[in-house]
Design a binder for this molecule. Structure first.
Ligand code: DAH
Length: 342
């Protein structure tokens, strides 16, 4: 027995370090420590050795068992770390994370987007999202854009083919939703949109919008106005006055642009609002009958309002960001400033 223990003490570590794969190592663990393993059989054989030798041999065997177990575990870690290294070449996944790497944080645009949507959920809206690669049909035709409308021009729209483009607005979801669902309905639709713009401090070829759509019987402009006012009060806090200016959009009639009093100067006129005292926050209007027609709704059965707001400028106002491009460059030095900011 003494000899067998000595041999295992010599050979065990060599056999363990020779194991090349996790499977080989597991087979070895069974061969040594399994129910019929070499060491297990020796422990069982203790009952046959003379009683006076038994305690010393027993202690010896238990120590050997601990040593081999530790070696097997260590080798196991080594082999699985090796496997990870193979999967992610050149990265040592066992290294501790660098100090200060910390948790990630919501992008400022996402924080704004979510808090705007939250306000509308509170007013009973649901949320929908749609494709960024969109059919020209939903982006323009179904929204009552005439064939020769300048917005269809290749200058503004990234076309992928004659029939497919990157959506220039979140409005195409209006018809997609109405095709699927009968009124009453109330949706907010946040998403990224694309326009072929030259980038500068206030223009980017990608930006975010939130679309709103409410359709039912007897929805009026008063519903639009009270919804917008409630949103402005809940989002910007103060009782900022809003105003509706007549405007034109092909898919709403009447159409308006909505301004709120400048949050920076409270209406006095400053650099932020171009001395006007007002900030434009969204386009809106009553859904055009041709849009209902495109969705397949019966004529004159329903009325509804829609709005669309850009959220980049709202984020820039809220956080004092002076260049829209910062929002899309993924520069960690910029993004890390928003840690913990809501
Ligand atoms: N889609 C318009 C744009 O990108 C914004 C807009 C205006 C959306 C009026 C609407 C609306 O839903 O009713 O300029």
């Amino acid at each position: 027995m003494k000899e067998a223990i000595e041999r295992l003490r010599r050979e065990g570590p060599q056999r363990i370090s020779a194991a090349a794969t996790p499977d080989e190592l597991e087979a070895l663990r069974v061969a040594l420590l399994g129910r019929k393993g070499e060491l297990t059989l020796m422990l069982r054989g203790l009952k046959d050795v003379p009683a006076d030798e038994r305690p010393a041999l027993g202690a010896e065997l238990n120590r050997l068992k601990q040593e081999l177990t530790a070696l097997l575990d260590g080798k196991g870690q080594e082999l699985s770390a090796g496997r990870d290294e193979g999967a992610v070449a050149g990265v040592d996944l066992t290294l501790p994370a660098p100090r200060g790497a910390g948790l990630g944080t919501a992008h400022p645009l996402v924080s704004i987007l979510e808090s705007i949507c939250d306000i509308f959920y509170g007013m009973g809206f649901s949320r929908a999202e749609g494709p960024e690669v969109e059919l020209d049909y939903y982006n323009f035709t179904a929204l009552n854009f005439p064939d020769d409308h300048p917005a269809r021009d290749i200058q503004d729209t990234f076309y992928i083919s004659d029939a497919v483009c990157l959506r220039t607005q979140t409005s195409p979801m209006q018809v997609r939703i109405m095709e699927q669902q009968q009124p009453p309905l109330a949706y907010v639709i946040p998403g990224r949109v694309y326009r072929n713009e030259n980038a500068d401090a206030s223009h980017s070829s990608e930006f975010y919008q939130i679309e709103g759509l409410v359709v039912d019987r007897d929805i009026s402009m008063a519903d639009l106005k009270s919804t917008v006012d409630t949103f402005v009060r809940l989002f910007f806090g103060a009782e900022e006055p809003t105003r509706f200016r007549p405007h034109f959009f092909p898919f709403t009639e009447p159409s308006v642009e909505v301004d709120m009093q400048c949050v920076a100067c409270r209406g006095k006129g400053c650099g932020v609002c171009g001395q006007t005292g007002w900030l434009e926050i969204m386009g809106a209007g009553m859904v055009h009958p041709n849009v209902f027609r495109a969705a397949g709704y019966p004529d004159d059965a329903y009325t509804g309002f829609a709005f669309g707001m850009g959220i980049d400028r709202i984020a820039m106002l809220k956080y004092g960001i002076d260049d829209i491009r910062l929002l899309y460059e993924n520069d960690l030095r910029f993004l890390q400033q928003f840690r913990g900011v809501q």
